[in-house]
Structures are given as structure tokens and as C-alpha cells.
Design a protein around this ligand. Structure first.
Ligand code: ATP
Length: 358
């Protein structure tokens, strides 16, 4: 019998082998409660795939993923890959291949975890496939090049289509939240690049008259995020600015372990991917904070539930939210980076127990 959802499990590298199974375990527990049927499909990726199959992105991976509703992608430690053919960074390829143009990265403070401020609840929607990132803003070659030993040129790509579609994704999210959207750019200096991004965002704003829009220059935004993060709800910005601001926002609420993310595009498929890297310094010790990965999976299930009209998925996401909040409230079921005394398994089991008891 066909299940509600088909979801890929791609562990990634280093702590990915700990936090991705945690995300699956929590999602399974919630799904069991609501009758959500998920066909889980583990797939090799990253260093393990390189060692076993000779490439970090095995042949057929993209084709198989394209038949699914979504997938969980663990962090990729591509910096440590040996310099050899087949050892490529797979995630920009996936973002591009599946046209996952919006990277949705929420930041929320929870009491007692060492957040700089209480009451933070914002989401940064970052353009995902163009901008300054040289490994993804061209289809061949690199967006960075060195014509002479003296000169390096880094190219930033901004398109009307790319700007417009990420703006629409952000407005749709803002509409579901507190109906406030902050547009972050630097068109005072990047008159053409940021100028085009702003123009397109303003056009899309006309379709959402119920959303209040304000505009903030990126350097001011970096400062205001520290001083009054509670004043922001939904934020939309270009790729690199979004990448930096989301790490800054994570720092406000307990660090990178608290930074989840969901990559979405035209609705065909969603990719749950935490903001943080593969943290090789703590891998294998059972101390990685699984929150970001679990919350990313939760966001995916919720998004798929709404997008595909699957009520048990929406309900499973709601149960996961409650379970996460409960576990985070107890130092024994949260990790040390967020003022806890537990490890990855304690937190995972704490969330599962809370879901089962709900
Ligand atoms: P990338 O460039 O791939 O995003 P990075 O250079 O930002 O990676 P990370 O791997 O994210 O580096 O690690 C940065 C720091 O944050 C490390 O000290 C790491 O241990 C810590 N860290 C990252 N993720 C977690 C987590 N889930 N739990 C606890 N600590 C984490």
C-alpha cells in the first residue's frame, strides 16, 4: 500500500551519523502517534559513499531523490574530503538540481538555554542558489577567478527571477506568521545587484498588502539583530548576507546546534538541512546537539503536511514541537552546549518520551 510520504535519509558526515538518526527516531515516534506513514529510504552520501563507492554523490542519487517527497540531509564535511575526482560537495548540487531556491532558517529562544535575549522568534529566508557563492552561481567553471597572481575576482549573481521567487516564498511565510517582513540588502553600495533584489521584492510586496514591509541595510541589520532581535519576524535577503545573519542569529539563542533549516522551491520536494557544519571536533562523542537536525526534519514534515494536504503530517509536526519544547526545558534531556547535562541520545530519548506521553 502506498504510504503518505517517501523520505530519504542521507546522514552526511561526522556528527551527521549521530544527529540524522536522532531526527528520524523522533519523526518516527510522532508519525506512529498520528498514523502518518512514511516510507524511509536511507541513501549513501559524503565521505562514507566516497570510501565505499568512490564518490560523495553516487550515480543515480539525484534521480532517486526526485521520486521522493523530501529528504533529510545531514551536514557535509567537504572541507576534509581528499582532493580527488568524485570527492565533491554534494549539497550545492542538490539545491540547484531540485531548484531549492529558498532556505528557511528560523531562530527561536527557549528559556534557560543561555540565549542573549528571551522572546526571540524570527525566520530568515535566504536566497539559496545564486549570489556570491562561487560554487553555485555558475553552471560551469567558478564564480571566482584569478587573472593574475595579483588579482582575484569574485562574481555575485543576482537575477530578477531568483529575487522574485525567494521574495514570494518569504511573503508567504510572513503571512502565516506575524505579517511583518524585513527586506535586508545594501543597495546604497550594490546599486545594481542589491538594487535589483530590492526592486523585485517591492514588486512582490504589492501582492501581499496585509504584510507590513520594512527595509534594513545589512550592516545595520547585523547590529540590530544583537540589540533588538525581538523586533523581527520574517526576514528576506540574498545568499551570503543570509548565511552570515543566520549564524549570528543562532549565536543569540545558544549556538549552531540551535540553527535548523529547510530548503524549499517550487513545491516538488523539500530538503531538511541544519545550518551548521559537520562539527568534526565533536563527532563520535555522543555530545552533538540534535535540535537543529530534528527541528529541520519537523519543519519538513509540517511543510509537506500543508503542501500535500496530509493532516497526520501536520499533527505529527505539532507533536514534535511539543516534545522538543519539553525536552529542552529539562537540563537532563538537553546537550551541554545549551546548558544541559545530557548527550545526543538523552535529548533524543527525552523528545521521544515526551511525544509518546503527549
Ligand atoms: P560549515 O562551514 O560546513 O558550515 P563550520 O566551519 O561553520 O562548518 P561547524 O562544523 O558548523 O563549522 O562547527 C562550528 C562549531 O560549532 C564547532 O565547534 C562545532 O563543534 C560546533 N557545532 C556545530 N554543530 C553543532 C551541534 N549540532 N552541536 C554542538 N556543537 C555544534
Amino acid at each position: 500500500m502506498q504510504k503518505h510520504l517517501v523520505v530519504g535519509i542521507l546522514n552526511g558526515d561526522d556528527i551527521g551519523h549521530e544527529i540524522v538518526p536522532a531526527a528520524v527516531e523522533v519523526t518516527r515516534a510522532a508519525a506512529a502517534r498520528t498514523g502518518l506513514e512514511i516510507d524511509w529510504r536511507p541513501m549513501p552520501i559524503g565521505r562514507k559513499a566516497l570510501d565505499e563507492l568512490g564518490t560523495t554523490l553516487p550515480a543515480g542519487t539525484l534521480e532517486t531523490l526526485s521520486t521522493m517527497d523530501g529528504f533529510i540531509l545531514g551536514p557535509i564535511g567537504h572541507q576534509a574530503y581528499p582532493k580527488q575526482p568524485g570527492a565533491i560537495n554534494p549539497h550545492p548540487i542538490m539545491r540547484k538540481h531540485f531548484n531549492l531556491f529558498a532556505n528557511v532558517r528560523p531562530t527561536r529562544s527557549f528559556p534557560g538555554l543561555g540565549a542573549v535575549h528571551e522572546g526571540i522568534d524570527l525566520v530568515i529566508v535566504r536566497e539559496n542558489n545564486e549570489g556570491f557563492q562561487p560554487d553555485r552561481n555558475v553552471v560551469a567553471g567558478s564564480g571566482e577567478f584569478r587573472p593574475t597572481e595579483e588579482v582575484t575576482i569574485s562574481v555575485r549573481v543576482i537575477t530578477r527571477t531568483g529575487s522574485s521567487r525567494v521574495a514570494r516564498a518569504a511573503f508567504e511565510i510572513a503571512q502565516q506568521r506575524r505579517k511583518r517582513l524585513t527586506l535586508v540588502h545594501k543597495n546604497t553600495v550594490f546599486k545594481l545587484g542589491c538594487g535589483m533584489f530590492v526592486e523585485e521584492c517591492r514588486k512582490v510586496a504589492e501582492e501581499f498588502p496585509d504584510v507590513t514591509v520594512d527595509e534594513v541595510i545589512v550592516d545595520t541589520m547585523a547590529m540590530r539583530l544583537i540589540r533588538d532581535p525581538q523586533s523581527f519576524d520574517t526576514v528576506v535577503t540574498t545568499n551570503m548576507f543570509g548565511d552570515i545573519l543566520t549564524d549570528e542569529a543562532a549565536g543569540l539563542v545558544g549556538g549552531l546546534g540551535m540553527a535548523p533549516g529547510l530548503c524549499i522551491g517550487d513545491g516538488a520536494l523539500a530538503m531538511a538541512q541544519a545550518t551548521h557544519g559537520s562539527a568534526p571536533d565533536i563527532a563520535g562523542q555522543g555530545i552533538a546537539n540534535p535540535f537543529a537536525m530534528i527541528e529541520s526534519a519537523r519543519m519538513m514534515i509540517e511543510w509537506l503536511g500543508h503542501n500535500r494536504g496530509i493532516a497526520p503530517a501536520v499533527e505529527a509536526a505539532r507533536l514534535m514541537k511539543g516534545g522538543i519544547e519539553k525536552a529542552l526545558a529539562d537540563p537532563a534531556t538537553r546537550t551541554r552546549d545549551i546548558r544541559g547535562t545530557g548527550g545526543t541520545n538523552d535529548m533524543t530519548r527525552g523528545i521521544v518520551a515526551a511525544i509518546e506521553a503527549a
